[in-house]
Design a protein around this ligand. Structure first.
Ligand code: NAP
Length: 229
């Protein structure tokens, strides 16, 4: 049985990952910033007799992250896996020249927020343990630029770079750090026209959390295979 913290898990891919892992007998801590939706998500899984708990945390707010870490310390829990899944994609994300503030907000949540969560929860990570950053093909430096959501894509490129640097920095602590692309998924973020179900989107993150060889680190993964950065 593993203990797994998932940010942004009150809906979408994060919620599906939480449910699948809890159904396999793991203890899952669901986290999000929207308290009502977080409580509803946790209550739903508890009503299915799953072993879950909640942790309120806004990853765009350093104070909220440190409050969450202080609260978490009281619970005397150690983590096998941290999944940085929370992210935003703004509908008016159409130009990084015109929308500087939007770029800043997106990077603050998707990239720096995820890094700050890693930092705050490092004291609770076991040796060995695993960090999974949910990224996107939109952050790839080898795929052609798709012409969609440029601030979001920049934020995922930065998250990928953070993943590689953290993988190096945390080698000595025996913590593996990888980025996972779930594919284009039918969630509030992905929209109804996306090609993948939420189940499919959750499949590789779930595999990375509990089945993939522990030694894999500093990689970008989609559909259980390494892809280029
Ligand atoms: P979603 O349905 O929009 O869910 C986003 C989740 O992130 C929600 O639980 C939301 O919680 C949380 N969140 C947003 N800002 C937060 C903050 N500041 N602090 C804490 N939680 C926050 O998105 P999704 O499609 O499931 O996406 C999940 C992950 O997959 C993201 O990293 C996304 O970039 C990635 N991804 C998605 C797709 C896709 O096609 N859907 C493709 C590639 C990658 P609140 O309700 O509390 O705001």
């Amino acid at each position: 049985m593993k203990t797994i913290l998932i940010t942004g898990s009150n809906k979408g891919i994060g919620f599906k990952i939480a449910r699948q892992l809890a159904k396999s007998g793991h203890h899952v801590i669901l986290s999000a910033r929207n308290e009502t939706r977080l409580k509803q998500a946790v209550d739903k899984l508890k009503s299915e007799q799953l072993d879950v708990e909640d942790l309120l945390m806004d990853i765009s707010d350093e104070k909220s992250i440190s409050h969450a870490a202080i609260e978490f310390a009281k619970r005397k829990i150690k983590l096998d896996v941290l999944i940085n899944n929370a992210a935003v994609l703004f509908r008016n994300d159409v130009s990084i020249i015109r929308e500087n503030e939007l770029l800043l907000q997106t990077v603050t949540t998707n990239s720096i927020g995820s890094l700050l969560v890693c930092k705050a929860f490092l004291p609770f990570m076991k040796n060995p343990s695993l960090i999974i950053n949910i990224s996107s093909g939109g952050g790839s430096m080898t795929d052609p630029v798709g012409g969609w959501s440029p601030a979001y894509c920049v934020s995922k490129t930065l998250l990928n770079s953070i993943t590689r640097q953290l993988a190096y920095e945390l080698l000595s602590k025996n913590i593996s750090v990888n980025a996972v692309c779930p594919g284009w998924v039918r969630t509030d973020m992905g929209g109804g026209g996306a090609t993948r179900s939420v189940e499919k989107g959750a499949e590789t993150p779930v595999w990375m959390a509990v089945e993939a060889p522990q030694g894999i680190t500093g990689r970008f993964i989609r559909d259980k295979e390494e892809i280029s950065w």
